[in-house]
Design a protein around this ligand. Structure first.
Ligand code: ME8
Length: 521
């Protein structure tokens, strides 16, 4: 991660063969939270997401539906973009691998590898999983000949392929990982890759004969083959960075000089299912063309249902948009970020969703509602002129914990600490009993201090929750009479005395969709 003023974040680009589900939403919201947190901290951010539109999987799905591949991609790209809009994603660029700009960068990249003698022609004989677009060895597929990742049957292929000399970079990659302990986060994933790299690394097939897959980008040095979809897809991160200028003469295309562009990416956020492609194929390909590797890879865990990974091919997906229709965008974001320990797995259950929603409603929502109501009731809606320092210690400690957790990409801990501050503030209300202070003729100053403290705390909470619940925090900022959600570093000092506070509907109202019928106990 650069310490500089700019950060470039990416999500995987999702296959345009199926609808967005909760797993895709998780990665994208996680990246969004990181991007928003950095923007709020004053950094300039490039946040990239998009769709992966080539390869056999897309070709087969389009055939199944009886449409042209590009029609399927147009439909699905719109579906993903629409889902991200409805889930409050603040990406700066939505890339599609069928875009002319991307095709030109892939072509330049492959030509560059070819010119540097990094590619040779050979024959591939082995197993292939269409669903994951991956080759597997005899050992990988076992006796039942199924894919290691999705469990679907694999097919045997024997074909002419072009290979990238990936094995030549094994030692350099191991050295890079050993010298950069935080390059792959969390540690368990780093160790997994180091373990994988203890075996000899083979070369990488980077092409498919058109006789089998025609839906792809032509190899510049053999038009009878298209680029392997994973190579095509990984290069999207480079396309969007602006580092490569394909039409420039060789030597000026940007492969040597990347200053001024967004490359290298500060963080690729991915799921653990695609760790090898990102932590082995991608950096070695970059070494092959002479470019810097990304600064960090964050590989999160899986949302599971029961014991099984949630996935389209397994048919057990939860629709994030349906949840959002019932509870609102911010509730879905909060649940996903708070429930899954960043890097680990988590199980989706409606009960846990409700428990997390109750936290928003009963702790944060309740605090906002009682604090604003009391300022309106007892002080005619104006934040009193008082120090408001009653919770300064707790606020200071929370900010420290949040910053520390975010710096270690433990988003769930950062959010837990923010919610704990709201809990502490509710405790402060109980302890101070402002309703009693209001009745006490000598309690005026104490009441002012209580209310000013609560206003300060809400102001800080507004900044802390903004990356995860942005639209509700816009509402809260408006109710506190602020011009907008304050920056985190300004939230402790921004003047509040005299601001006009207003009361509104509950921020997180009680919701009872049929599936969420709560048992009375
Ligand atoms: O792999 N839990 O696309 P994809 C958590 N096109 N995250 C999940 C998940 C789950 N159950 N299921 C999916 C591809 N994801 C390639 C990527 S990148 C150059 C090319 C998320 O549509 C997670 O981020 O299969 C995972 O890595 C990604 O969706 C896979 O999406």
């Amino acid at each position: 991660m650069s310490d500089g003023p700019r950060r470039y974040y990416t999500t995987p680009i999702y296959y345009a063969s199926g609808e967005p589900h909760l797993g895709h939403a998780y990665t994208t919201i996680l990246t969004d939270v990181l991007a928003r947190f950095d923007r709020q901290d004053g950094r300039e951010v490039l946040f990239l997401t998009g769709t992966d539109e080539h390869g056999q999987k897309i070709q087969d799905e389009a055939n199944k539906r009886g449409v042209a591949p590009i029609e399927l991609c147009d439909t699905m790209a719109e579906r993903f973009a629409g889902a991200w809009e409805r889930l409050g994603i603040s990406h700066d660029r939505f890339i599609r691998t069928t875009e002319a700009e991307h095709k030109a960068v892939v072509t330049a990249f492959l030509q560059r590898l070819w010119d540097r003698d990094q590619i040779y022609e050979g024959t591939y004989s082995g197993w292939y999983c269409v669903s994951d677009e991956r080759y597997w060895t005899e050992k990988d597929v076992g006796d039942d000949r199924t894919c290691q990742v999705c469990g679907k049957p694999v097919v045997h292929v024997e074909e002419k392929n072009y290979f990238f000399r990936m094995s030549a970079y094994q030692a350099a990659l191991v050295e890079h990982i050993e010298h950069n302990p935080d390059w792959i986060v969390p540690d368990i994933r780093r160790n997994e890759i180091l373990g994988f790299l203890r075996q000899p690394l083979g070369d990488l097939s980077i092409s498919r004969p058109k006789s089998r897959v025609s839906w792809g980008i032509d190899l510049p040095f053999d038009s009878g083959h298209v680029a392997y979809v994973w190579v095509d897809a990984l290069i999207n991160y480079l396309t969007a960075s602006g580092a490569i200028v394909p039409e420039a003469p060789p030597g000026e295309q940007g492969f040597e000089e990347t200053s001024g562009s967004w490359w290298p990416a500060d963080m690729h956020v991915i799921g653990k299912d695609i760790l090898t492609t990102h932590a082995v194929y991608w950096p070695t390909l970059l070494m092959g063309v002479g470019l810097a590797v990304p600064r960090r890879i964050l590989a999160h865990g899986w949302w599971v249902v029961g014991d099984t990974k949630m996935s389209k091919s397994l048919g057990n997906v939860v629709d994030p948009l349906a949840l959002r229709d019932d509870f609102g965008t911010d509730a879905v974001r909060w649940y996903l970020m708070r429930e899954m320990p960043t890097g680990g797995d988590a199980s989706y259950t409606p009960e846990r969703f409700l428990t997390r929603y109750d936290e928003l409603s009963n702790v944060l929502g309740n605090l906002a509602s009682r604090a604003t109501s009391m300022i309106v009731k007892y002080r005619d809606g104006a934040v009193p002129h008082a120090a408001g320092s009653g919770l300064a210690g707790a606020i200071g400690q929370t900010l420290e914990t949040v910053r520390d957790s975010m710096a270690r990409w433990r988003i769930h801990d950062a959010l837990g600490a923010a919610m704990d501050l709201a809990r502490t503030a509710n405790g402060y209300v109980e302890e101070r009993q402002p309703w009693a202070q209001a009745k006490d003729p000598a309690g005026g100053d104490d009441l002012d201090e209580t209310l000013a403290t609560l206003a300060r705390c809400l102001c800080v909470l507004c900044a802390l929750f903004q990356p995860v619940t942005p639209s509700k925090m816009d509402e809260l900022a408006a109710r506190l009479g602020l011009d907008g959600v304050p920056r985190l570093d300004e939230s402790t000092g921004i003047p509040l005395a005299g601001r006009r506070v207003s009361i509104g509907d509950p921020l997180f109202p009680r919701v009872e969709p049929a599936w969420a019928a709560r048992s009375e106990s």
